[in-house]
Design a protein around this ligand. Structure first.
Ligand code: CA
Length: 234
């Protein structure tokens, strides 16, 4: 059963049984191994204990908020991809979610095709990172990224980045000095062209700056090119 060993493991924390059933049915069809819990505290415990390829996390849960779970998971595990599932009314929570380190979010009601596309995109990205070899270390302007070990240092100081933040910085670092607009970044780093996610790019840029810049208000590394986009200083 070699294939079983390669099954991606997904933790689903969702208290709406109907949604959980649909997600489990369709992702199960794609041969992912899904563990589901409707309880937030149990979800947090599972998230912290297990080794997951992906966590699908509902925002509004009994006993504990999805945001708190996200925050706590990120403290001990910067790399596991997290996709938030939020209701349309939870716009501000969703932005907060990206701020506490979620990689992506999907809004209820979502189509199963959209969910599958996002899950696949996230897992593909992680696979691509793991497929890189140690010689692919990227070094620019005092920033050193090691895709194999998923480590980043800024002038010797280790920095913890989420999978998406890492991918974003890596994208910049591979073409120092080149300006990318948000649509390009969305396409290359998020694997989507959906305009509704453009502000996600801003969120991640801000988050990244808060981690790598000594003064995020006056960034030395990731510069805004007004009216065009962003670039990493060469
Ligand atoms: Ca809920």
């Amino acid at each position: 059963m070699a294939q079983e060993c390669n099954k991606k493991s997904i933790l689903l924390v969702e208290d709406e049984q109907e949604i959980a059933d649909i997600v489990m049915l369709h992702l199960g069809d794609l041969n992912y191994s899904i563990t589901h819990t409707a309880d937030g505290i149990k979800g947090l415990t599972l998230a912290l204990q297990g080794s997951w390829d992906l966590i699908l996390l509902d925002l509004t849960l009994p006993r504990i908020d999805g945001l708190d779970i996200c925050k706590q998971v990120r403290e001990s595990n910067p790399a596991t991809p997290i996709i938030l599932i939020s209701a349309r009314s939870e716009e501000s929570e969703r932005v907060l979610g990206l701020d506490v380190g979620a990689d992506d979010y999907i809004t209820k009601p979502f189509s199963i095709d959209e969910l599958i596309a996002r899950v696949k995109a996230v897992l593909r990205r992680v696979d691509a990172l793991q497929g890189l070899v140690a010689t692919d270390v990227v070094s620019v302007n005092g920033i050193v990224l090691d895709p194999l070990r998923h480590t980043v240092s800024i002038t010797g100081r280790a920095v913890n980045l989420t999978a998406r933040e890492f991918e974003l910085l890596l994208h910049f670092a591979k073409s120092p000095g080149q300006v990318f607009n948000r649509t390009e970044l969305l396409e290359k780093v998020w694997g989507t062209r959906h305009d509704g996610y453009l502000h996600t790019v801003n969120s991640h840029i801000n988050r990244l700056r808060s981690k790598i810049e000594s003064n995020p208000a006056k960034p030395e590394y990731i510069q805004t090119v007004w009216g065009v986009g962003y670039k990493l200083m060469a």
